[in-house]
Design a protein around this ligand. Sequence first.
Ligand SMILES: *Cc1c(COP(=O)(O)O)cnc(C)c1O
Length: 404
Amino acid sequence: MFNVEKIRKDFPILNRKVNGNPLVYFDNAATSQTPLVVINSIVDYYSNYNANIHRGVHALSQEATDKYEQARIKIQKHFNAAKAHEIIFTSGTTHAINLVANGFSSLLNKGDEVVVSAMEHHSNIVPWQMLCERTGAILKVIPINQEGELLIDIYQDLLSEKTKLVFCNHVSNALGTINPIEKIISEAHQVGAAVLIDGAQAAPHIVANVEELDVDFYTVSAHKVCGPTGVGVLYGKEDWLNKLPPYQGGGEMIAEVTFEKTTYAELPHKFEAGTPNICGGIAFGTALDYMNAIGFDAIALYENELLRYATKKLLEIDGLKIYGTAKHKTGVISFNIEGLHPYDIGSILDKLGIAVRTGHHCAQPIMDFYKIPGTVRASFSFYNTKEEIDILVQGVIRAKNMLQ
Ligand SMILES: *Cc1c(COP(=O)(O)O)cnc(C)c1O
């Protein structure tokens, strides 16, 4: 049975007050909170076996290396990758996307086409624009409808033998839309294009099975799945990772270095130059263990209940409009109140201890599509409650009364 009161005890931060009120944390799409087991795994690392990995003969170094590589295997199993070396540790999704975009510089020619969706996070737009500038490739955009769903018919029309790459998020951080990535991937493969799916926003709610999806690249940030900031992974199919050149040069990523020629290390080390976020990688593994013990099915079911409850309650407020009403969505509600600026609503909610995000959510093209400067975004996690949603709704009503 899903017991939210018991789960909340795992998160020390949920006990704190903000501006004299109990914290109501609804900014989970920006970063998730951290359970005690994950905090403890960080403390344990620095208290007991802090050492650099892969090089030392001494006990601490071997212990740290073992734990780090065990974390890689946990992540591999979680996403059902065929091989552990298909999991590349990065500093997060942004780093993972840049790694791939940079690698494709040498594989694209002028006139090649790359396809992106209109609902991407800036980190899944800008690296590709930079790639297009470097190579002369052309960026094509899959449009969305008013509900915030991709227009798949148009996507199919955009694909041709010129298409070399498609990138799309699994779940939109601004709207919560769950995209039909199975279809996006299979259609792209029919024209021989590779697909990168940005899984940063999906990972807290859905377990992607990369083998079954047959996806070429999938990216995740630990800090959105109860792990620490500054660490994440790139999953890449072995063939693709072998084809891509290294992203950064340095220690750890080489086989042999002379001034005449350097040969690169095998996967995954070819893409892991320098000392990584060792403790972060290990804590990422602990975070996935924690969430798997609760169960992603139970999490999705509960969050969906929160989403439906919050949607219903918020829509009872006069003049409130929700952006992103896709049939399949996660617990993200982006909204505005007629005549009010999202920032003003967010500031009043903050005074009441309620953390929401306001602005364009690193997805300006979506805001342009709806012709708005931004939204207030409340995003839910499995440790939130219906009582907290009631507090949010009361807060929004209060903000509305104060501002109108
Ligand atoms: C959070 C997020 C990112 C960026 O992740 P970082 O951890 O900041 O690199 C990219 N895409 C989506 C959909 C996100 O939600």
